[in-house]
Design a protein around this ligand. Structure first.
Ligand SMILES: *Cc1c(COP(=O)(O)O)cnc(C)c1O
Length: 410
């Protein structure tokens, strides 16, 4: 894009997280000095003679300056070599899997994967000849047992998982994937690049639903891939451009399939990314208070939050995360009481999705995870998942208290 020649030489990669999130890919516009990358709401670009592209821009499926700004900022935020922005998280996942898998390949997926990821792998890629095995990722031995050497080309990791907030040891799983010649892919949506950097722990590719914390305001759907420097395709696979680089293959597929983020969506997502650090600090602080409150509440039978010492993944999470995130799940002992709690909150909004500034509550069994009922991924029917927002925490605690009282009489 049009970069500021004075700023172009600055190496943002050595700067702190917030400095990168606010500046990488976002130099002032060279023509106008606009301090924020403009919304380039445009499909095509004037050429200075045939093939004379200005800044490499030709057609906005291939590249668009607003999207480039977001892609560079995301790559810098995750410490990766290349970022790619898509129309949704699932579009990002679909593009990645098509770039790195071929019929006959096998994928290891989390046994409590995001429902849409599981549906994509099982019901879209399954008929195209991709097999999968669900594994309990917090048990590295189970992942090792699920890997089929020579056939497994991707080990898909979520940590924390959704909605059971299981923790996987990224560095250990990366080592297992590498020795099997498979890629380690980490869906970092729940943790965010502020709290966890999978590439530094050995992951080859990071996936985001930027719809969630990165966008952060429940006003845009988007997805992203960030590829580690030098990441190579699974052993034996040559990419469509003749190289074995994952980034080259993803770039080809992003353009060839075309599920790109539009300029306005890219702009909104980048606006969210700039404040990610301050929002996450508040999400974590509020979630910590909420989890403690629920632990002490007698209408709650289990509280699941990686920040609690009794959480089985607490030590691994403390090692690989800078904070324990904004998601909390809990059980009420019966489906009826869980449904009643979900229906009784006034500050928490009953809705799917997560990661926005406003607090959300949902019943995974009937809502987000309805599509996996009856599979290995089925979740308990008395489970409630909350996305703790950045409101005043005392209002959140009071709201949960009155909703739990309503649940008790259900
Ligand atoms: C929402 C979500 C996705 C899918 O992203 P979309 O933007 O909804 O397509 C993938 N993984 C996780 C963990 C999610 O929460």
């Amino acid at each position: 894009m049009t970069t500021d020649p004075l700023a172009a030489g600055y190496d943002w990669s050595s700067a702190g997280f917030s400095t990168r999130a606010i500046h990488a890919g976002q130099e002032a516009d060279a023509t106008t000095g606009a301090v924020v990358p403009p919304i380039y709401q445009v499909s095509t670009y004037k050429q200075d003679g045939v093939g004379g592209l200005r800044g490499g821009y030709e057609y906005s499926r291939s590249a668009n300056p607003t999207r480039t700004a977001l892609e560079e900022a995301l790559a810098a935020a995750e410490g990766g070599a290349a970022g790619f922005a898509f129309a949704s998280g699932l579009a990002a996942e679909d593009t990645l899997l098509r770039a790195v898998l071929r019929p006959g390949d096998h994928v290891v997926v989390p046994d409590d994967a995001y429902g849409g990821t599981y549906r994509l792998v099982a019901r879209v890629f399954g008929p195209w000849g991709i097999e999968h095995t669900p594994a309990h990722l917090s048990d590295p031995g189970a992942v090792l047992a699920a890997i089929q050497p020579g056939r497994t080309k991707v080990v898909w990791v979520e940590t924390p998982t959704n909605p059971l907030l299981g923790i996987a040891d990224i560095a250990e799983l990366a080592a297992h994937a590498r020795s099997a010649g498979a890629l380690l892919v980490v869906d970092n949506t729940f943790a965010t690049p502020y709290l966890q950097n999978p590439i530094a722990l050995g992951a080859d590719v990071v996936v985001h639903s930027t719809t969630k914390y990165v966008g952060g305001h429940s006003d845009v759907v988007g997805g992203a891939l960030v590829v580690a420097d030098g990441a190579q395709l699974p052993v034996g696979l040559e990419g469509p451009t003749g190289t074995t680089n994952v980034a080259d293959a993803v770039r080809f597929h992003q353009n060839a399939s075309g599920a790109v983020a539009g300029p306005f969506d890219a702009w909104l997502t980048l606006r969210g990314l700039r404040t990610l650090a301050v929002r996450m600090d508040r999400h974590v602080a509020n979630a910590t208070r909420v989890a403690q409150f629920l632990v002490e509440h007698d209408a709650v039978t289990h509280v699941i939050y990686p920040g609690l010492e009794q959480h089985p993944g607490h030590e691994v999470a403390a090692r690989q995360m800078r904070g324990f995130g904004g998601m909390v799940s809990f059980r009420t002992g019966s489906e009826a009481s869980a449904l009643a709690v979900c229906g009784a909150t006034q500050v928490f909004t009953l809705a799917e999705s997560l990661g926005g500034v406003e607090s959300l509550i949902e019943h995974p069994h009937r809502m987000t995870h309805g599509s996996v009922a009856g599979t290995a991924l089925e979740v308990p029917d008395d489970l409630v998942r909350i996305s703790v927002g950045i409101e005043d925490v005392d209002d959140l605690l009071a709201d949960l208290d009155q909703a739990l009282a309503a649940g008790r009489t259900a």
